[in-house]
Design a protein around this ligand. Structure first.
Ligand code: NOJ
Length: 561
């Protein structure tokens, strides 16, 4: 039987498991996860039944932003291993039938990148400064920033360097933005794409894909609004989603197509969905993250448009869409679904507020969050397109809301004042629990080891891999069973059609897909308070036991007919 990964366009309907390397598994005992840790757990990853792993950055980095501040794009951070360790990891993955996707961070480098150090040393007007975005400050001695733009992590987006010039950083000050008007920058990234492709990498995840092209010259800098808005697309936005950004990805496509099979990429672009299709087209990256599910509450009237939007995006791009419930940037969905569900805009406010107050401002109903997370997985896995899972969601982990402020690593927490701002994203980045009985839950392999880089809560014991292995009713086994059925029924032919199933009220989302063996799979998700009937057929999976043959609320079932 054809498997998804036998296809050259395997990525169109892949299940990709995101590894956040520093927090996955620590093979050398320094308290930071590493590449040998990933290799050691490749059996676990393969047994989960995913098609690929995507690794967040593992490159040399001062870790000002969890590795999204890259000091060398073509090496491995010595704390995380070596290039040989990387090659071994790729060999282990490929040996286990798992593809490898790496993260490319082209909008900014680390301030420790040799280019940036050279730029600081070389001074105004030098070719070294032309690789970044330096501008003279305002005021008599350049003591004021060129304009009022704000960094995504809070605070000004400009940093002075002491000689009257300031550099632009849309993220942390340790992440200076590159100047994509400079051909040298293009050349260097083409080299990086080839470097990793030559080492056997199957694809790339492109960080902040919509920010690379910028317009700083068509009008005086201080004529732009302080917040041009990430989701306000078009010519008139100097920073985000500019039309010229697409030239870059057309250029990258040439590089991807030098390989057999062609490499693919998935772009991260938090922009209006109607604008994402061009990034995802086959002339450019091939895919783009669709974050609509991650943004939606556990409510039928938010989930349905989120799904419709994803399907429409696939239609527009001529490619497939992606489905995401969690990643390393958002609070874990088992927690989100256990908080009060209010309309989207307020929901994010609410979740952030809850984090900020160490989880004390609202009651987190973990049983309900877990129940809904199981249903959400089934609803998501049946959809056409790729599914991106985030490490730990298969263990049903919740957000760790009560990390002490002084343990936090996220620049969001560093740049904003305690008590009235964001606590940041560390709560979903706590090192994974592997063994319930070990003191660091088996995160570090050696008996003697440094403490895990973020403290793990005691309740992790109940979610450790070995504990869930022993319990057939665990989230882990639920993921394995659901992924196995998806692989068996939905991905071999490449068919991405979907039909809505009618006859239910607006509290139910029901759709139907053709299966690879010529039948139909019906997915029914019930958001309502009352149990609903399922169509005639074989009930293949249900997120909770049926009640007298009916599907209760906050649950999903797959029926094959
Ligand atoms: C998006 C990444 O996912 C996030 O973790 C990072 O902080 C920003 N891009 C900046 O690189």
């Amino acid at each position: 039987m054809t498997r998804n990964n036998d296809r050259a366009d395997w990525w169109r309907q892949a299940v990709v498991y995101q590894v956040y390397p520093r927090s996955f598994h620590d093979a050398n005992g320094d308290g930071l996860g590493d590449l040998r840790g990933v290799t050691a757990k490749m059996g676990y990853i393969a047994a989960l039944g995913v098609d690929a792993i995507w690794l967040s950055p593992f490159y040399p980095s001062p870790l000002a932003d969890g590795g999204y501040d890259v000091a060398d794009y073509r090496d491995v951070d010595p704390r995380l291993g070596s290039l040989e360790d990387f090659d071994e990891m790729v060999a282990a993955a490929h040996g286990a039938g798992v593809k490898v996707v790496v993260d490319i961070v082209p909008n900014h480098t680390s301030s420790e990148h040799p280019w940036f150090r050279a730029a600081l040393g070389a001074g105004p007007g030098s070719p070294e400064r032309e690789r970044y975005i330096f501008r003279p400050g305002r005021g008599e001695h350049g003591e004021l920033p060129p304009n009022g733009w704000r960094s995504c992590f809070g605070g000004p987006a400009w940093q002075p360097v002491g000689d009257g010039e300031w550099y632009l950083h849309l993220f942390a000050a340790e992440q200076p933005d590159l100047n994509w008007s400079n051909p040298e920058v293009h050349e260097d990234f083409r080299r990086t794409l080839r470097f990793w492709s030559d080492r056997g990498v199957d694809g790339f995840r492109v960080d902040v894909a919509h920010a690379l092209a910028k317009d700083l010259d068509s009008r005086p800098l201080d004529a732009w609004p302080d917040d041009p808005g990430q989701d306000r697309p078009g010519e008139d936005n100097p920073l985000w989603d500019r039309p010229e950004v697409h030239d870059i990805y057309r250029e990258w496509r040439q590089v991807f197509n030098e390989y057999e099979p062609a490499r693919f990429a998935v772009g991260e672009a938090w922009i209006v969905p109607e604008h994402q299709w061009r990034y995802a087209s086959m002339e450019e990256l091939g895919q783009v993250f669709n974050f609509e599910l991650a943004k939606a509450n556990w409510m039928a009237d938010e989930m349905r448009p989120a799904i419709e939007e994803g399907l429409a995006a696939a239609e527009r791009s001529g490619s497939t869409t992606t489905w995401v419930l969690s990643n390393h940037d958002v609070p874990r969905h088992a927690t989100r679904y256990g908080l009060p569900q209010v309309k989207s805009a307020e929901h994010h406010q609410l979740a952030n507020d809850w984090l900020l107050r160490d989880g004390r401002s609202y009651r987190e109903d973990r049983a309900l969050g877990t129940r809904r997370a199981r249903a959400a997985l089934l609803m998501e896995l049946g959809l056409p397109g790729s599914v991106y899972l985030y490490q730990g969601e298969e263990l049903g982990l919740f957000e760790v809301a009560d990390l002490p402020w002084d343990a936090l690593e996220d620049p969001q927490a560093r740049t904003t004042a305690h008590g009235d701002a964001l606590k940041g994203r560390d709560g979903c980045r706590v090192p994974l629990p592997w063994e319930a009985a070990r003191e660091d839950f088996g995160f570090s392999a050696p008996a003697e080891h440094a403490p895990a880089h973020l403290p793990q809560p005691a309740w992790f014991a109940g979610h450790a891999v070995d504990a869930e292995e022993r319990d057939q009713g665990s989230m882990l086994w639920f993921y394995r069973r659901a992924l196995a059925q998806r692989a068996r029924l939905l991905t071999a032919t490449g068919d991405t059609s979907l039909a809505w199933v009618s006859g239910y009220d607006d509290q139910v989302i029901a759709y139907e897909r053709p299966t690879d063996d010529g039948r139909a799979l019906v997915s029914v998700t019930n958001f309502g308070a009352h149990a609903v009937p399922l169509p005639e057929g074989e009930v293949l999976l249900a997120s909770v036991p049926l009640e007298g043959g009916l599907l209760p609320g906050d649950a999903c079932a797959w029926v094959v007919r």
